[in-house]
Write a protein that binds this ligand. Structure first.
Ligand SMILES: Nc1ncnc2c1ncn2[C@@H]1O[C@H](COP(=O)(O)OP(=O)(O)OP(=O)(O)O)[C@@H](O)[C@H]1O
Length: 298
């Protein structure tokens, strides 16, 4: 079932259309990545989900139009720190617990649990202004979860975080997901996007493609890629093209096929017949970054 369903969302700032007829769903228990270059409209979409800007279209939570009580069931980790610099780590957590309406008797237990989860127990009495950037990010994650939300919306949660800590963050997200949390996350890091079960790629306010990471890679190319090294790549490209294969020759020879496992032996055989030696033929693993560059024309 869709936990969150964004339908025909359009958001205007004056004449400017920041989000244009965007539809997508986040199903219960999924981690979905919302990706796109700067200005694609990711944060604006999230702001609409939280009802802080006017929008056209509809946003449903749990099968019906989202309202204030639903928004209390969502945790939001925004890009800019909402933390209070002159409060300590635990005071910030208590503050967010109070505004999210966590029952008083449960606050201390929840604070302790979260400090453990984000590994900040030792720093609970430290003023936030004296924390490192990574510690602040961890505390922001904890604050966004203080009310045990059903859906977590994380807007670039690892921006400015070093690679080891990014990995730790994703371990947290995966663990939370295994425990049943539904997560919508925006990120610029393509290696992180691979951790999502489904991705939505946006550009200029519009959805360009949606699917599992592997499906998106396939969609970007229209097939799988065989990378060849032959005794004459230029001639090989011509032969294969004449035979109807899709070929790219940019320094390396790539043949795009429906199913590489089936096509590799056939391609090698054809080239051999034309007197060309094939030194190497391997199925190339396309990265998400490659796929997105193709899809957004970068
Ligand atoms: N309040 C506003 N008034 C006018 N334009 C705005 C406003 N908020 C956002 N925009 C514009 O809407 C577009 C989408 O911005 P948004 O912040 O949603 O992009 P984004 O995909 O989150 O980018 P980034 O990765 O840089 O955070 C941008 O062109 C931005 O300048």
């Amino acid at each position: 079932m869709a936990k969150l369903a964004v339908k025909n969302l359009t958001i205007r700032f004056g004449e400017f259309v920041a989000v244009n007829n965007l539809s997508f769903e986040v199903k219960e228990g999924e981690i979905v990545g919302l990706l796109g270059p700067n200005g694609a409209g990711k944060t604006t979409t999230i702001r609409a989900i939280f009802g802080v800007i006017p929008y056209e279209g509809s946003i449903e939570f749990g099968g019906r139009q989202i309202d204030v009580s639903d928004r209390r069931k969502i945790g939001w980790m925004p890009q800019n720190s909402p933390l209070y610099l002159n409060l300590t780590v635990e005071e910030n957590l208590r503050f967010f617990a109070s505004i999210y309406g966590v029952e008083r008797s449960k606050v201390e237990e929840r604070v302790n649990e979260l400090l453990k989860l984000v590994e900040l127990e030792k720093f609970r009495k430290r003023l936030v202004k004296n924390l490192s950037g990574g510690m602040k990010q961890r505390l922001m994650l904890a604050c966004s979860m203080v009310h045990d939300p059903e859906l977590l919306v994380l807007d670039e949660p690892t921006a400015g975080v070093d690679p080891p800590l990014r990995r730790t963050f994703w371990e947290h997200f995966s663990r939370l997901n295994e425990e049943g949390k539904t997560i919508l996350v925006t990120t610029h890091y393509m290696d992180e996007a691979e951790n999502c079960q489904r991705l939505i790629l946006m550009r200029n306010g519009t959805k360009i493609v949606e699917g599992k990471p592997d499906e998106i890679k396939r969609a970007a190319l229209g097939g799988e890629v065989i990378e060849l090294r032959t005794s004459n790549d230029v001639k090989s490209a011509k032969i294969l093209e004449d035979m109807g294969y899709r070929v790219e020759l940019n320094g390396v020879l790539h043949v795009i096929v429906d199913d590489a496992a089936i096509s590799v032996p056939a391609v090698i055989e054809e080239l051999k017949r034309e007197g060309i030696a094939v030194f190497r033929a391997e199925t190339k693993k396309l990265t998400l970054e490659d796929a997105f560059m193709r899809l957004i024309g970068g």
